[in-house]
Design a protein around this ligand. Structure first.
Ligand SMILES: [Zn+2]
Length: 231
């Protein structure tokens, strides 16, 4: 804990030097959990990014203190987001595969009423069937999902990444499902598609700029590689 501010009542804002909590960004909701230190236990409701710092907001009976503290992540919630996030990238791959080009994602939300949005025309019935079959085949294949930090040069060499990456960034985090194109992403994902379980497309909705797939992952996925390493 490097700085803190009382909000009034039992509310506190706590700036931390490093954190497990993923702030709300890139369509991924904020993590929740606890920050436990010398004589206090802050119930973390939100992680908020301020530039390069993350500030935790929550409630505590006793005032938090500067110095070392332990973070306890609401793992069930985070793991659901990781499974939904990996599935979101599968929709990119499905569209690329079926339409033979690079799809243009617009927005996504991994909280409740999960969706992923794209530019262009919504899929017709036969395309949708092929997309569903593609998703099913992929999650059955146990494909690896990996991420790494790439230098600008690596991004410059890959034409498919040009559009999506801000020009001023020197480093870019890339995420790749085994066998598909890497995409820039700062979110958290499972290590293997096996952990996603099933993917259900609930509806396809037309939007101003294109369309959205509303979907969810099936409950009760097998805890896989990711649950042994929560970083
Ligand atoms: Zn991602």
């Amino acid at each position: 804990v490097i700085r803190l501010a009382k909000e009034g009542g039992k509310g506190y804002y706590v700036a931390v030097r490093s954190t497990l909590f993923h702030p709300k960004s890139g369509g991924q909701p904020s993590d929740t959990g606890y920050l436990v230190g010398d004589g206090f236990r802050l119930q973390v409701r939100k992680a908020i990014r301020f530039g390069k710092t993350v500030v935790l907001w929550g409630r505590s009976e006793q005032s938090p203190k500067l110095g070392e503290a332990a973070e306890i992540l609401d793992w069930e919630r985070r793991y659901l987001y990781m499974r939904r996030h990996a599935a979101a990238h599968l929709f990119d791959a499905a569209l690329d595969n079926i339409r033979g080009g690079s799809c243009e994602p617009t927005d996504s939300w991994l909280g409740d009423d999960t969706y992923v949005g794209y530019r262009g025309d919504p899929p017709d019935e036969s395309e949708l069937e092929r997309i569903k079959r593609f998703l099913e085949e992929c999650v059955g294949k146990d494909l690896d999902v990996r991420s790494w930090t790439a230098r600008r040069e690596e991004v410059n060499e890959r034409r498919e990444l040009w559009r999506a990456v801000l020009k001023e960034l020197e480093f870019v985090r890339l995420v790749q499902i085994d066998g598909f194109s890497p995409v820039p992403c700062g979110g958290t994902h499972v290590r293997s598609l096996r952990e996603v379980g099933g993917v259900t497309v609930k509806k396809v909705e037309r939007t101003e700029s294109g369309f959205r797939f509303y979907y969810d992952v099936s409950a009760g996925a097998i805890a896989g590689d990711s649950s042994t390493d929560q970083s």
